[in-house]
Each structure stands twice: as C-alpha cells, then as structure tokens.
Design a protein around this ligand. Structure first.
Ligand SMILES: C[S@@+](CC[C@H](N)C(=O)[O-])C[C@H]1O[C@@H](n2cnc3c(N)ncnc32)[C@H](O)[C@@H]1O
Length: 274
C-alpha cells in the first residue's frame, strides 16, 4: 500500500519545486544563447534541437547530481539488478551510474543526445568501474536516430531487433518526442525475457483515490508557464504507464506508483517481454 501523503507544508514545498527548475533552466538558456552569440555560432543558435540539448546539458552538468540524490521508491535497488547487454537511455551526466553493478553488466550503451554531457558520462562510467564496457552513443531514443546509431556501433544488424537483456529508462521518457512510438521501438530491441526497467515521472493520476486534482491542475499551470520549453522537452502530462503496457506483449509487469499526491509523481519498476 502507498504511504500516506506528507503534511501540507511539505506538499506545498513539493508543488513549488518545478518552479525552481524553470528558473535554473531559464538561466541555462540565457547563458547558452549569450555564449553562442559571443562565439558567433549562429548555426547552433538556430538549430533548435542542438540548442535545447546544450541548454539542458548546461543545467544538468551543474545540478544533475543534486537532483539525483533522492530517487523514488526502489529505483536504486532496481538499477543494482540490471545485467547483461544493456541499453541505458538518456543517462545524462551518469548520475545514476553509481547504482549499477558493473560486474554483472557485459556491455552497456549509454544513448545520450546532449553531447556536452558526454565527458561527465564517460568519467562517471570509469569511476564506477565499467572498464571500457560502457559505450557512449550520440543519438536520441527516436527509432530513426537510435537504430542507425546502434547499427554503427555494431550492436544490431539489418532488421535490428531483440538484442538487449535490459533497457533502462530513468527520467527520460517524459522528454522523448513521440513517446508511444519510442516505447514500441524499445520493445522491439528487447530480447524475449528481457526487462524494460523504468523510473519515470508521469501525469498525476487524479482520477484515482490516491491522485490529486490540485497537483494535476498545477501540472497544467506549469505547462502554461512553458515547462516543456524550459525543461528541454520534458512533459508532465504523459501516461507513460499506459504507453509501456500497450507497447507489446509482456509476461510480467511490476510497476509501482510513488507520490501520487505530487506534481512530479513517479512510476518505478519493470516489464518483462513475453
Ligand atoms: C532528466 S535527465 C535524466 C538523466 C538520467 N537518466 C538521470 O536520471 O540521471 C533527461 C535525459 O534525457 C536526455 N534526452 C532528452 N531527449 C532525449 C531523446 N530524445 N532521447 C534520449 N534521451 C534524451 C537528456 O539529454 C537528459 O540527459
């Protein structure tokens, strides 16, 4: 059973947290744009995707570790069980890598489109003891980007299916474009019996008893304040649990909801491909 919501004061503070992120991101956007203007790098300035990854990367390089100290439910224990050939989607600066158990991972592919974070990501992998078995790949999760990038790495051949024992998505499916298509693409890449491991923030389940209509209203409010733009494409209104369940046939689904009273509630757990 889910724990009861915290006292009102704590809930109010929780409701304000996204505002802090908007302010940090507004600062990161300003500095990124100014830096590019000073360098006369107009090409990057007018390539929206590169620009948003740069701005997000600037903020995450500075505050990512801080924002990773408290992860919902059993995220840490779950990541410690990841094994075999692994796709680590959107690992950022590698703030979660210290949760992995490198000894049980044959090889991991960290697919990260924000190239400015790659130096930190590689350093985190080495520090954690991956000893060259953590490969950093420049790509997005969208099939048209991910599949050719994995083919270049020699992970998949033509047709490109069923190669990973585990696919890890921590706080990334909230921001990928065309989530349903992306998740179906990930399903295709999993081996039968392989796990899709997730710790993701989702739309507030306000229709359920444990959900909150106030938090759902605030999610709409934050979106009106430009949350998606400031936070590099991140959305608060995604029913990721539904997308995951409908992506294909699963032999086991073990997902738990966390902080359903909050503006940033999570689902944590895994799905096993049938
Ligand atoms: C909130 S951060 C989470 C980083 C890391 N997973 C963690 O929890 O510490 C979201 C990450 O997703 C990456 N990202 C954004 N768009 C993406 C896409 N289309 N495909 C894959 N990753 C993406 C961002 O660059 C960023 O590193």
């Amino acid at each position: 059973m889910a724990p009861p919501p915290p006292p009102l004061g704590q809930r109010l503070l929780g409701h304000l947290r996204p505002m802090i992120l908007i302010l940090l991101m507004a600062q990161a956007w300003s500095v990124t744009i100014l830096t590019l203007l000073l360098k006369l790098d107009l090409r990057t300035l007018f390539t929206y995707d590169t620009l948003r990854h740069k701005a997000f990367g600037r903020m995450w390089a500075k505050y990512g570790d801080l924002m990773s100290r408290e992860m919902p439910l059993n995220t840490a224990a779950l990541l410690a069980t990841v094994r075999g050939t692994v796709l680590d989607l959107g690992p950022g600066s590698g703030s979660q890598l210290y949760q992995f158990t490198p000894g049980q991972i044959d090889v991991a592919y960290g697919v990260e489109p924000a190239v400015d974070l790659h130096v930190l990501l590689r350093a985190a992998a080495e520090k954690r003891g991956f000893e060259g078995r953590y490969k950093v790949v420049t790509a997005g999760a969208e099939p048209e980007s991910l599949v050719p990038a994995l083919a270049r790495e020699g992970v998949i051949g033509e047709g490109g299916a069923e190669v990973f024992d585990e696919i890890v998505c921590v706080r990334v499916l909230c921001g990928v474009p065309r989530q349903e298509e992306v998740v179906k693409g990930l399903y295709r890449l999993l081996k039968p019996g392989g796990r899709l491991v997730v710790s993701e923030h989702v739309v507030n389940p306000w229709r359920l008893k444990e959900g909150s209509i106030v938090a759902r209203g605030l999610q709409i409010g934050y979106h009106l304040l430009g949350w998606k733009f400031w936070a590099g494409g991140c959305c608060m209104d995604r029913d990721t649990e539904k997308s995951l369940k409908e992506a294909g046939s699963w032999s086991k689904i073990a997902l738990e909801r966390s902080q359903s009273w909050a503006v940033i509630p999570h689902i944590v757990g895994y799905l096993v491909k049938a």
